[in-house]
Design a protein around this ligand. Sequence first.
Ligand code: TMP
Length: 248
Amino acid sequence: MADKQIERGNMLYEGKAKQVYAAPNKDLVIIHYKDDATAFNGEKKGQIENKGIINNKLSASFFRLLESSGIPTHFVTRVTDRDQLCRNVKIIPLEVIVRNTVAGSLAKRTGQAEGTELPEPMVELTYKDDAQGDPLITKEQAVSKGAAEPEEIDHICSMAIQVNGILRPFLLKKKLKLIDFKLEFGRTSEGQIVLADEISPDTCRFWDAETNEKLDKDRFRRDMDGIPEAYIEVWKRVGDYSVASVAE
Ligand code: TMP
């Protein structure tokens, strides 16, 4: 796809995996996806070859799918291999985690074996605060921290469950199990709450539906091999792999 001509302005913010730049219109920003990878609150650092390209394209695909299914998102259009144009939102300082299957911190916390199916999808909230290590919090604690109003948190959690209801069957058709994922939401200048940040193998656990092979950032977190290959495999199954290649 030919790159669109949208001038990147000043860098407004740099996160662990992305940079945010000003766009020509103040209600928009350009989000640039890097190859940098971190885990354990930044303690482990590395690079995953072409991750930025794959996550930009995968996130764009997921946001388009969700928009077309009625979920408002910050996504406007993909601009280049690594850049997407998004609405300029103020991020609500909550990580909204949806789980279908026990894995990761839930397995550690409860002693349940990884891979145990949950009877119902569950939602957890963590408060975005690197200094505190993004602690798990209740809805009431999130309200008392001033993250959002109670009704807004209910709305966010209900959107997160809807996202799961859209992505889970979509991914299963691509032979991927959606084990769990993390979402972030933001407020637009008009006060609308929209899905923001990214949806990618950095923020989701994807397991091969037949072999349960991990095809996500857990390979990096757990020092496994085949990390870039796992990202490419997800993109091959989900994204527009046939019309562009990371090797270009
Ligand atoms: P967890 O099992 O480590 O709590 O992770 C739950 C989900 O959230 C998993 O899909 C990975 C994702 N996640 C992030 O996107 N960012 C993070 O900082 C963490 C800890 C998890």
